[in-house]
Design a protein around this ligand. Sequence first.
Ligand SMILES: [Zn+2]
Length: 109
Amino acid sequence: MKLVVVWIVVFVLVVVVIVLAAWLPTRVLRRRNIKTKGSSDVVVRCSKGHLFTTIWIAGASLKAVRLGFKRYQHCPVGHHWSVVTPLPVDQLSDADRIEAARVHDIRIP
Ligand SMILES: [Zn+2]
């Protein structure tokens, strides 16, 4: 009986850690005005200056290598691999938003 209780406690702790690992980075993105509620799309700029929209889900990245707050992924505008940086929505000009909306990379996080 004690073993069952231990496994239940371990399971609950693992679930809590997984939820926090996904929730905290998302909250940071929202506080920095990078991610809006209800959307997984984020405007990013590659190291060569190209703007595009990508899916950015905290804790999940199948097409990119996570480098803290940046990611190394394919740039669909310049067709090269690059470090991309998410940009705060409130600091984008209308021209930047239009340019970023023109190109969305593959729909995989
Ligand atoms: Zn680029």
